[in-house]
Write a protein that binds this ligand. Structure first.
Ligand SMILES: Nc1ncnc2c1ncn2[C@@H]1O[C@H](COP(=O)(O)OP(=O)(O)OP(=O)(O)O)[C@@H](O)[C@H]1O
Ligand SMILES: [Mg+2]
Length: 373
């Protein structure tokens, strides 16, 4: 068996989606105590950064090791079977937690109404840096970590456990990347000082790929370039901000030494990365659902990085994978393998660039939008 080239660690859960029918008389769905409501079949799918980004990387031709905790219970068996179904051996590194349930999210999504989530973090509460460090880094070039706001050990204590995990990875020449999520507004993680957490952890993060909503929650509302500067000043080398249906914004350090310190995935051609700032709009897609779109966009960018692409090509590839994702309702079925995705990208796939202010941004020969001034 070939060794893993990338670790994807952090949050994993089982999503359960009962199909709800539209009400006959058009009345909105409501919870009525004592009433039986007939529903359609329930779809089960893996959720969280580990399966979403991990399985996308596998689809794109990489050899990920998926490190996340599942309970020793029926839902844990389903998660393992779904992961294994995407590729033989992929479930091997999942960690069985003897104490807690498998995390699960019931997604109550009535037609025409906003959805509600009933979420239980379960075994993720026991995830810690030891789960990654015990597995080792042989041949691993990249460590991607997702959703610290849902992982107790990762958000507590100013992020010291997360910092330690990234520090050890970097000492082994492994490139590090980080994805966020929004904390549950009622949970403990919503009340911690995220500024201090970012101060502590980001110096160890080479590539940071949050969404704009998460950044605004943690740093306050500001211009994209100012938010990115706040992250670069904390020591991140490459900032990728996901903008939902507007694609991604990328800003990269002007410091060549910092780029060289990225470890195994450090860019070989510095001039293709250093001091870059650009936008990549989404590619045209018939949207069937955005589940896992952010995680798949990240997988696209990381695949570009692992393959030594230029920053512009990695950004375009990220949006290409994101746009494939939204063409299917789930996180996985819309994705294509690396060659097919690249072929689609290179055969005149139109960008949805109406959202780009052409007074500020102009399209470059590399196919991204850079500042015109
Ligand atoms: N309508 C769309 N058409 C094409 N691509 C899209 C569309 N909506 C989202 N995407 C892709 O998905 C990414 C999702 O970005 P978003 O800002 O929603 O991240 P996120 O909040 O982390 O998402 P997620 O909820 O999946 O974690 C975008 O950067 C883009 O590449
Ligand atoms: Mg996300």
């Amino acid at each position: 068996m070939m060794n893993n080239d990338v670790i994807v660690a952090g949050y994993i859960c089982l999503d359960l989606l009962p199909e709800l029918y539209p009400a006959d008389n058009g009345t909105p769905f409501e919870y009525v105590p004592g009433k039986l409501l007939e529903v359609g079949g329930t779809r089960a799918a893996c959720g969280g950064a580990v399966p979403n980004t991990g399985l996308a990387l596998h689809k794109l031709g990489h050899r990920p090791r998926l490190l996340g905790r599942v309970g020793v219970d029926a839902f844990g068996n389903i998660v393992s079977a779904l992961v294994e179904g995407a590729g033989q051996g992929l479930s091997r590194s999942l960690i069985n937690d003897e104490q807690l349930y498998t995390a699960n999210t019931f997604i109550i999504s009535p037609p025409g109404q906003d959805r509600m989530f009933l979420a239980h973090a379960g075994a993720n509460r026991n995830f810690s840096s030891d789960d990654v460090l015990n597995a080792g880094f042989d041949d691993v070039r990249l460590l991607h970590f997702g959703y610290p706001p849902l992982l107790d050990h990762s958000f507590r204590d100013n992020g010291n456990d997360t910092k330690k995990m990234f520090q050890v990875a970097k000492s082994r020449n492994v490139t590090t990347s980080l994805d966020m999520c929004l904390p549950d507004p009622g949970a403990g993680s919503a009340k911690i000082d995220w500024n201090a957490w970012l101060d502590n952890v980001l110096p160890q993060v080479d590539v940071f790929l949050p969404s704009i909503d998460e950044l605004v929650f943690m740093l306050g509302n500001d211009k994209l370039s100012h938010l990115a500067d706040k992250l670069l000043q904390r020591g991140v080398a490459v900032v990728v901000i996901k903008l939902g249906s507007q694609g991604v914004y990328v800003k990269i350090t002007d410091n060549p030494k910092r780029l060289a310190q990225m470890g195994a995935c450090a860019p070989v051609h510095l001039e293709q990365w250093q001091n870059m700032e650009f936008m990549v709009p989404c590619f045209e897609a018939k949207v069937k659902g955005t589940t896992g779109a952010g995680d798949c966009t990240i997988a696209g960018f990381l695949s570009g990085l692992l393959r030594g692409m230029s920053a512009a090509d990695a950004g375009r590839f990220a949006c290409a994978v994101g746009s494939c994702n939204v063409e299917a309702p789930d996180a996985y079925s819309g994705l294509m393998d690396f060659d097919a995705t690249l072929k689609r990208l290179n055969s005149g796939w139109n960008m949805e660039d109406d959202c780009v202010d052409k007074k500020i941004w102009r399209k470059t020969n590399a196919g991204v939008y850079a500042r015109s001034g």
